[in-house]
Design a protein around this ligand. Structure first.
Ligand code: ADP
Ligand code: ZN
Length: 435
């Protein structure tokens, strides 16, 4: 079996001291490069009264200001680029559902880093040159498609550039091409499982053995559901456009949260309220510094993703640190009657009940000044034919389970099969009709 990264040469297993030295040497170079080439960054440091010479070790990183999403919007489109256009060979952009998208850029060397981290991710998932990968992440400006594509190709995998959508064709090719690995959002894969069933194709009978899922939060319960229904191993890949795209981190075969490729992306956890750094082990907002990306380096970028860095070493022996799966992003959290709720809690509660499908939507309304939450859950065709009594029993069970988990009253509505819109990319879980 050929993979690019054998344990002996895999940077994931570097001695800790070597790793910290490498991070520090890369950090010094990238900080100077950013300061020299991005006028916006020079102004920013000036206004914070910090000089780059004040930074004498990695720990001093805390003295530097953060970069946030709106800074990237304010400098749209090219204001954060740190090299001349002639050195930029690729541009991507994040979806930017509201307003202008966020534009990111890559030099040739940056793309090599990207290929490398995808290849290391695939090595984590035991994917090799004997595999055929159907890449069902969307192609185009979204980083999932091309990012995974090029990295998998570099790894030696046979890549089918499928992109999202065209669901029946996806199933057909998966079967006819003997696809062994699929990559897409977890919510789209759930849709594929459904669609296969309708076409009379049993995914379990196919050659598919590995799923690479990311780009949106998903729960451990969702993983179990997917692994059971499709008979595959489902792995978590994490990333965000601003930092590089997919491949900022990836789980190992122990499936205990993504390892961060921290020789390239230096992670910190901060308290999102006080903005103070938190020690490993504590929950907070994930912040990244790109140590080895030249077209658009970001120093202390706030991701808005909430997690913690694990303190216990992983049984796999990797020295690069591991985070908890991103259970939610602060943008997705909603406050209802003073209680903070995120969709993952509702997903966990739902999928803990046997027979409940992972198709749901959360609808928030306001009536007479009071916030209400309704969770719509889809019935399976079998359940739909059940007696009213057994449907009511399911409804009661779901209501109680969710109320127990989030601590407030919810209305649960069971809807007929195929009522909840299916996503081809990131699922939209919350419909907020308040205001
Ligand atoms: P957008 O911000 O428009 O969604 P991206 O496609 O760059 O743009 O999305 C990155 C975000 O997607 C991350 O910050 C994170 O919130 C989410 N995400 C990506 N991968 C995962 C994952 N494996 N688990 C949970 N969330 C993820
Ligand atoms: Zn591990």
């Amino acid at each position: 079996m050929m993979t690019r990264f054998h344990p002996a040469s895999n940077p994931d297993f570097m001695p800790l001291e070597t790793l910290r030295e490498l991070q520090w040497s890369r950090f010094q170079k990238i900080l100077r490069h950013t300061w020299q080439n991005v006028p916006w960054y020079r102004e920013k440091l000036k206004s914070y009264d910090v000089k780059i010479d004040d930074i004498k070790s990695l720990d001093d990183i805390h003295k530097l200001p953060f970069i946030i999403k709106t800074d990237l919007r304010d400098t749209y489109p090219f204001g954060m680029f740190a090299v001349p256009m002639s050195q930029i060979v690729r541009v991507h952009a994040s979806s930017g559902t509201t307003g202008k998208p966020i534009v990111v850029a890559y030099t040739k060397e940056d793309l090599e880093v990207w290929d490398e981290v995808i290849s290391r991710s695939l090595a984590n998932f035991n994917v090799s040159d004997r595999d055929i990968l159907q890449n069902s992440f969307g192609y185009g400006l979204f980083t999932g498609g091309l990012g995974l594509h090029c990295g998998a190709q570099f790894h030696g995998v046979t890549v089918i550039p499928m992109s999202g959508g065209n669901t029946e064709r996806q199933i057909m090719l998966m079967r006819d091409f003997n696809v062994s690995v699929i990559s897409c959002t977890p919510s789209y894969f759930v849709h594929l499982i459904d669609a296969a069933q309708k076409m009379g194709v049993d995914i379990k009978e196919l050659n598919l053995k590995t799923g690479i899922f990311g780009a949106e939060p998903w729960t451990e319960e969702m993983r179990k559901t997917i692994e059971r229904e499709a008979g595959i191993k489902a792995y978590d890949i994490y990333g965000l456009t601003e930092i590089i795209g997919p491949g900022v981190g990836a789980e190992c075969s122990h499936q205990v949260g993504p390892h961060i490729f921290e020789d390239h992306f230096y992670p910190e956890i901060i308290d999102p309220q006080t903005l103070k750094p938190l020690p490993d082990g504590e929950w907070g907002e994930l912040v990244f510094t790109t140590l080895n990306k030249w077209a658009m380096p970001l120093i202390r970028y706030r991701t808005r993703d909430i997690t913690r860095i694990h303190t216990e070493p992983c049984p796999c022996g990797r020295t690069i640190r591991r985070i908890d799966r991103i259970s939610h992003r602060s943008d997705d959290m909603f406050i209802i009657r003073g209680v903070n709720v995120f969709p993952g809690q509702i997903e966990s509660a739902l999928l803990a009940i046997e027979g409940v499908l992972p198709h749901y939507q959360i609808i928030l309304t306001r009536y007479n000044g009071l916030d209400n939450i309704e969770v719509q859950v889809e019935l399976s065709p079998n359940q739909f034919d059940d007696t009213l009594r057994s449907i009511e029993a399911v409804q009661k069970m779901i209501t109680e389970k969710i109320q127990h988990t989030i601590g407030i009253r919810v209305k649960v509505q069971l809807v007929e099969p195929n009522r909840i819109p299916r996503s081809e990319g990131k699922a939209k879980r919350i419909i907020d009709q308040r205001s």
